[in-house]
Design a protein around this ligand. Structure first.
Ligand code: FES
Ligand code: FES
Length: 163
């Protein structure tokens, strides 16, 4: 067993977990934050994506004990109180989800993509960056539009024309 101390969505938490416990299991089963999803057992789908110390990471690919002392943000921690994060608003406005299963991971990855591309985004870059996130409803077109719109909203520039 290991004692793991984390800051999760701004709250300090300490849990005793088995050494083999994955971060996604700690998040979902120990902390009850079930917005982070598990969509595969091969590290391919990205539904489990969270931010670890500000970077998007698939939380099924790391042990909880490995990230002891880290700051974790999950989809539940993205909004500012009742005010949705611009990426969440854009997914809603541009119909960037269908069943919604992939959406938490898509949004957490999308926020990271915007941060890593201060020069701006285009459709090609967004699609390339999303290669680790799978939408089984195949709603990529509107997901790309939502990310582009949110990126521009976050930077105060006009979004690409609606298609
Ligand atoms: Fe982590 Fe699919 S559950 S990549
Ligand atoms: Fe259903 Fe993406 S919206 S899997």
């Amino acid at each position: 067993m290991s004692e793991v101390k984390l800051t999760v969505n701004g709250r300090e938490v300490t849990r005793n977990v088995e050494d083999r416990t994955l971060l996604v299991s700690l998040i979902r089963e120990h902390l009850g934050l079930t917005g982070t999803h598990v969509g595969c057992d091969t590290s391919q789908c990205g539904a489990c994506t969270v931010h670890i110390d500000g970077q998007a990471v698939k939380s099924c690919t790391v042990f909880a004990a490995q990230v002891d002392g880290s700051e974790i943000v999950t989809i539940e921690g993205l909004a500012n109180g009742d005010e949705l994060h611009p990426m969440q608003s854009a997914f809603r406005e541009h119909h960037g989800l269908q069943c919604g299963f992939c959406t938490p991971g898509m949004i957490m990855m999308a926020v990271d993509i915007v941060k890593r591309h201060p020069e701006g985004l285009d459709e090609t870059v967004i699609r390339k960056e999303l290669e680790g996130n799978i939408c089984r409803c195949t709603g990529y077109h509107n997901i790309v539009k939502a990310i582009d719109a949110a990126a521009k909203e976050m930077r105060g520039t006009p979004a690409m024309a609606a298609e």
